[in-house]
Design a protein around this ligand. Structure first.
Ligand code: NAP
Ligand code: MG
Length: 482
């Protein structure tokens, strides 16, 4: 008998009302795509969840035309207050069905139910509430006189926070008066399709939101290249983001890109060490490390390195990996076989290049895609694990002696999305934060998200901001930054 036998029963999937087959949601109707179909599976069990129709380029064309028509005839003529009412309605419907969304997201993505229940889905509702409140206040957003919508927004999202990434993109776009064509990631289309039902339930006019699952190289490319799209918002890999920027260079289409990261968590010797250890663990192991702003590099002041490493490895040993639907699970499944292969390959370079590997000693379920949480110590700045984005539960520990050295090392990356600073010294906190080239810097905490806060990158982490009034600017014609 192990401790786990006393664990409460997993969250029930009985509350789900999934259909065996999902089409595309275009112009307020369910329709079949021309790009074949795929089976969405649970990465924790490899069992199929539903069959999903895939869009081809003619479906993308239909979706963009529907979005254009609803923009011209309905949405752009509606008052902000009326648009806001729809967004409030959507937010409330998500709250009402929050448990169902949490279970579906966990099933499709593999992340722990504790996260979808307490973080992902509550934040989705919060995002819609926040932007609902902006819809009739665009004139007060400080974004210039008579802010106006761009038109049709094409949105391409990744698999790591499927519904939350949808919310980050759809809520501000609609509040600002745009209509939307959204392509979810291939491995996690489910909650976006459930969201289409929410739009229908909310009575959102046909064509305002169109959801088009499809292959990135087919549907994604067609959306990016479509001349009827006024703005592309993309979150995903730096490689694809760069391609999109290249395709759209010199065109009228506006672009925002939210790409990879290699965030530094910087721990000074005056930090509250136990709190810092919790923050470091959460910073890298939240969502199996499938987080663009993950704190994947730990920079610890040399004189407390042994203490921090000792506490970290002890904490690592207490993590519970397993059934993501179990409320006690800390580490769920890796989202796909391909991502597992990527993580495995990069992690293998760690030991080969001389780092010391610490791994959670645990059983791995016989089915599904799993990676044991891992910490590398004795890492140097030239090691692959310290340089490449792993996008998995792998932490690299480096050390520094002075604040200046910490700043240089933290900035020594082509990315610039996130950083964390742990110190009790307020002036040092502010000076270091000011010197970091990262879109978000957390102070004595990590991975906190709020709809009022702008989020986005420097350097190869992309450009543009999502969240707060900055996020609105990205969907307004005179909103400033491209
Ligand atoms: P990805 O290929 O960039 O996928 C992100 C989204 O873009 C998906 O919806 C994808 O569709 C779509 N897409 C793929 N190729 C496209 C193209 N040529 N044109 C337009 N859209 C396209 O990322 P991934 O392969 O899932 O993950 C690879 C790596 O990207 C990860 O290891 C991680 O380093 C990084 N990543 C970063 C984030 C982030 O939040 N910044 C999120 C996810 C991944 P399909 O699903 O059909 O491929
Ligand atoms: Mg899936």
């Amino acid at each position: 008998m192990s401790f786990r036998d006393y664990a409460p029963a997993p969250e029930s999937t009985a509350i789900l009302n999934l259909r065996p087959h999902y089409g595309l949601y275009i112009d307020g109707q369910w329709t079949e795509g021309g790009g074949g179909s795929i089976t969405s599976i649970s990465p924790a069990t490899e069992k199929s969840i539903a069959e999903i129709s895939m869009a081809d380029s003619s479906d993308i064309d239909r979706a963009v035309l529907a979005a254009r028509k609803s923009y011209d005839t309905v949405w752009s003529r509606m008052s902000g207050a009326e648009r806001g009412k729809y967004l409030y309605r959507i937010a409330r419907l998500i709250q009402e069905r929050a448990r169902e969304f949490a279970v579906a997201e966990t099933l499709d993505n593999g992340k722990p139910i504790r996260e979808t229940r307490d973080i992902d889905i509550p934040l989705v509702a919060a995002w819609f509430f926040h932007y609902a409140g902006w819809a009739d206040k665009l004139d007060y957003a400080g974004l210039g006189p008579n802010p106006s919508a761009l038109g049709v927004a094409g949105q391409i999202i990744p698999w790591n926070f499927p519904l939350l990434m949808l919310a980050w993109k759809v809520a501000p776009a609609l509040a600002a008066g745009n209509t939307v064509v959204l392509k979810p990631a291939e491995t996690t289309p489910l909650t976006a399709l459930m969201f289409a039902d929410i739009c229908q339930q909310a009575g959102l006019p046909a064509g305002v939101v169109n959801i088009v699952p499809g292959h990135g190289g087919v549907a994604g490319t067609a959306l990016v290249e479509h001349a009827g799209v006024n703005k592309i918002a993309f979150t995903g890999s730096t490689a694809v983001g760069r391609n999109i920027a290249r395709t759209l260079a010199g065109t009228e289409t506006r672009v925002t890109l939210e790409l990879g990261g290699k965030g530094a968590n910087i721990v000074f010797d005056d930090a509250a060490v136990d709190e810092a250890v919790e923050g470091i663990i959460a910073g890298i192991f939240f969502n199996q490390g499938h987080v663009c702003c993950a704190g994947s590099r730990l920079l610890v002041q040399e004189n407390i390195q042994d203490e921090v490493v000792e506490k970290l490895t002890r904490r690592l040993a207490t993590l519970r990996l397993g059934d993501p639907l179990d409320k006690n699970t800390d580490i769920g499944a890796v989202n796909s076989k391909a991502q597992l292969a990527r993580i495995t390959a990069i992690a293998e370079t760690g030991e080969a290049e001389g780092a010391t590997r610490w791994t959670l000693d645990c059983e791995i379920p016989s089915k599904g895609f799993w990676f044991r949480p891992t910490i590398f110590t004795n890492v140097t700045t030239s090691n692959t694990v310290a340089r490449d984005e792993i996008f998995g539960p792998v932490l690299s520990v480096l050390s520094f002696r002075t604040p200046d050295e910490a700043i240089i090392k933290a900035n020594n990356t082509p990315y610039g999305l996130s950083a964390g600073i742990w110190t009790q010294n307020a002036s040092r906190m502010l000076r270091v934060a000011d010197s970091l080239r990262a879109g978000v810097v957390w102070a004595n905490t990590f991975n906190q998200f709020d709809p009022t806060s702008p989020f986005g990158g420097y350097k190869e982490s992309g450009y543009g901001r999502e969240g707060g009034r900055h996020g609105l600017a990205a969907y307004l014609a005179n909103g400033g930054a491209r």
